[in-house]
Design a protein around this ligand. Structure first.
Ligand SMILES: [Fe+2]
Ligand SMILES: [Fe+2]
Length: 198
């Protein structure tokens, strides 16, 4: 297995999200209400798997290693384009979460924005992954020796292991912060009750 194969394997999971997104845009187009549970799952998948885990390996390991190689103009242009598309994907996912918040608050216009953002995500990813697979990953492997490629594969595996820990450390920190904020609010309320005239 070359390092690029692992990234291609991850694409196969990401592309399974596309028909789910397309079906949701169709449902919204037919007048359906926002499905909060689905949006939370979609946002979680794109943030953790597609962005942190998959784009993370591409940007932090593959692109970084390629940056020190004598890339052809075409490969350098493609790498810049792919990096820009990661930024666009991040923005779309952020917007989708905001659309959901607006829907919860009863903003009817948010449904059309949600449909549009889901559609853009469903259009962007197949194009992006196609470009990587057909014109980038495999030719770029030629810039690396067999030893460098094996090292990259190891780095990918270590990166994945780090993500699991990172994710749950963040979850515990968020829960601790929420608990502290709640306790502080309770103390402030009790103080106000004890000294109403203050
Ligand atoms: Fe990518
Ligand atoms: Fe990719």
């Amino acid at each position: 297995m070359v390092a690029a194969d692992l990234l291609v394997k991850e694409h196969r999971l990401i592309e399974r999200m596309i028909p789910i997104l397309t079906k949701e845009t169709f449902r919204l187009h037919e007048g359906g209400e926002a499905n909060a549970e689905l949006i939370v799952s979609v946002v979680g998948f794109f943030r953790t798997y597609a962005d942190r885990c998959h784009h993370g390996k591409e940007e932090d390991i593959l692109f970084r290693a390629l940056a020190s190689k004598p890339l052809s103009d075409e490969h350098r242009r493609t790498m810049d384009q792919l990096t820009e598309e990661h930024v666009v994907a991040r923005k779309l996912v952020g917007r989708l979460m905001l659309d959901q918040d607006r829907c919860v608050k009863g903003d009817k216009a948010a449904l059309a924005a949600m449909r549009q953002d889901i559609q853009e995500l469903a259009d962007l990813y197949p194009r992006h992954m196609g470009l990587e697979e057909k014109h980038f990953f495999i030719p770029c492997m030629d810039y690396f020796s067999a030893v460098e490629q094996a090292g990259m594969l190891r780095a990918f595996t270590e990166f994945d292991a780090k993500i699991v820990h990172e994710r749950y450390v963040t979850m515990i920190e968020d829960l601790e912060a929420a608990g502290k904020a709640k306790a502080l609010k309770g103390r402030t309320r009790n103080r106000a009750r004890r000294s109403p005239g203050a």
